[in-house]
Design a protein around this ligand. Sequence first.
Ligand code: SAJ
Length: 413
Amino acid sequence: MKICVIGLGYIGLPTASMFAKAGHDVVGVDKNERIISALNRGEIIIEEKGLSELVQSMTAAGRLRGSLMPETADVFIIAVPTPITAEKKAEMRYVESAAREITPFVRQGNTVILESTSPVGTVDQLLAPILAASGLAIGEELYLGHSPERVIPGQILQELIRNSRIAGGINAASAQKIADIYRCFVEGEIYISDSRTAELCKLAENTYRDINIAYANELAMICEQTGVNVWEAISLCNKHPRVNIHQPGPGVGGHCIAVDPWFIVEKQPERAQLIRQARRINDNMPHFMAQKIAALTQGKDKAKIAVLGVTYKPDVDDTRESPVLELIELLRGQGYRVAAADPHALGFERDSYAAAKDADLLLLGVHHRQYRELDLARLAQAMRQPLLLDTRNFFDRAAAEQAGFAYHLLGEK
Ligand code: SAJ
């Protein structure tokens, strides 16, 4: 088949590559000329394990190429961003313009698949009316539906193959078509459903995680006043065969878990009470950390805080919605001097020891695996005051104290 993928970000480009690898003729479409010119040189501009080799070989094989404009095809996949506005509303303009751009190119028998995470009702209320301008009967002459991905950044290529998927059609015929299309590379189960169910499932999966992280964060705050180490408590709780309490942290970042729950709240604000409250708890964690830092530095005027790790989670370069960056802004706003270092994030100091120089407190923001190699004694000696605040239960307390640190932990008095 010929497949046209609209949106070549961290989902669109790997997905386009998997279809090419399965033997299809794939044209990737994106507004960003840098992405298109790189693609047509067989190169990528995002970081994802194994992707550059796959893109290189698929473009060399002539099965994957970039274009600024859509073309006629058998299948159109929309994988453009659906970010959130400052008012916590879903920004659907990119999905809308992608649908308008492909409408002149769709033909009888084609299938249009929305992959972007979207509020419930996007396929039947936003996409179907736009595509109907083609004159084709939606669901009969033009198949349409939603098949969200479940991949985790850093393991995308394996998870695209291994994970199960939902093929949610605007009608049964569309769902079947969508399932048949993904079977060329998906080895996981493909579950047939309708588009609204598929839209809700994607949001509910990530909301499940956000609520559970909020619960862990609330337990951490409670444990700070009850003389319990929350990490030890959670670890013991999780010995229960049916308990899986998540991990506390300085907040929830990324453009998925921190965003998707709002797509549910937006549609049913009066009913999505727990979902909204979990967002509030997670969004409040940077403020809670700032209070903890103020207590630990005890009003030392112009105290310098060193922050290790600013990305939204370990071992990625992505800083979108990073709670640590928000904490840094709060600290600077309160008059602290802050030096941040990160081994992956663009534009940040790489050297942890330079950031720690003359600092009054060292905060571990993100537990990048490189930090296992840190020389804690050298860090402590570089500081003015060897105070370590670990937000991820990452360092070994005895080793930190051995190195000269006063060791403090989120979720412990
Ligand atoms: N976090 C915690 N405590 C935890 C787990 C995570 O504080 O116990 C924080 C992380 O530090 C990070 C944030 O939550 O800031 C999100 O991390 P994540 O790894 O849970 O989320 P993503 O956004 O990298 O990937 C999620 C995954 N969804 C689920 O695990 C249900 C992935 O499968 C989705 O495909 C992805 O969102 C997406 O694209 O929607």
